[in-house]
Design a protein around this ligand. Structure first.
Ligand SMILES: CC(C)(COP(=O)(O)OP(=O)(O)OC[C@H]1O[C@@H](n2cnc3c(N)ncnc32)[C@H](O)[C@@H]1OP(=O)(O)O)[C@@H](O)C(=O)NCCC(=O)NCCS
Length: 176
């Protein structure tokens, strides 16, 4: 598991784009309703590189045995001065060829531990209702806050609900 800065994300945008396109092709609701072209996916990751360089985003990549990107997760930091204690967990994705072997859970744990180490005490996210990801979050101790209907267009062209989750983090203070 590696945390990547803006420069590394830009360098590896092609591989990250392949992972994003594979996730969309697999039918997951990660922001794109239809097939995602390589150029569009690369452009999307270049925007993430800029956000990371500005400190608004933290991105981790998991590599497979050959050193290629097999999964990723990000934390988005709000720019509001009253919200520095929280972050949104976004874009947890594992390539279809690498799923079911614990990588998604390891990425989630990595982001949670890094957030706690940075003094963040609250994480939140939204995920498509009844997706495999929802089961992962529940089993990792996240609390379901509620469901918003008709939240996002699915690859099948239907409006699907999203479920909101949060998790309080145990921040260990020096001497505590
Ligand atoms: C969600 C996702 C990241 C899980 O990655 P993964 O590497 O397959 O996950 P893991 O092998 O670590 O499995 C973790 C848990 O997820 C759940 N899970 C994973 N795949 C599942 C499936 N197909 N059906 C039901 N539960 C599943 C299980 O609870 C599993 O725990 P267990 O192995 O102890 O039973 C992956 O399926 C993915 O990339 N999905 C598409 C993108 C997406 O929906 N991301 C979330 C956006 S918020």
């Amino acid at each position: 598991m590696e945390r990547w800065d803006g420069g590394r994300i830009r360098e590896r945008a092609g591989e990250l784009a392949e992972l994003l396109a594979d996730t969309v092709a697999g039918g997951a609701s990660v922001g794109f309703p239809g097939p995602l072209g390589h150029a569009e996916a690369v452009a999307w990751w270049r925007e993430r590189a800029a956000a990371t360089a500005e400190g608004r985003l933290a991105v981790w990549a998991a590599l497979d045995g050959t050193g290629r990107v097999a999964g990723t997760v990000s934390l988005a930091h709000p720019d509001k001065p009253n919200s520095r204690h929280r972050a949104e967990l976004v874009k947890l994705m594992v390539h279809r060829s690498a799923r079911g072997r614990g990588l998604g859970r390891r990425l989630l744990t990595t982001a949670e531990e890094a957030a706690a180490a940075a003094g963040i005490t609250l994480l939140h996210l939204d995920t498509e209702t009844d997706s495999p990801a929802e089961r992962l979050y529940r089993s990792a101790g996240w609390t379901r806050a509620g469901v918003i209907p008709d939240y996002a267009l699915s690859p099948a062209g239907e409006l699907r609900p999203t479920t909101l989750y949060f998790k309080r983090l145990d921040v260990r203070r020096p001497g505590g």
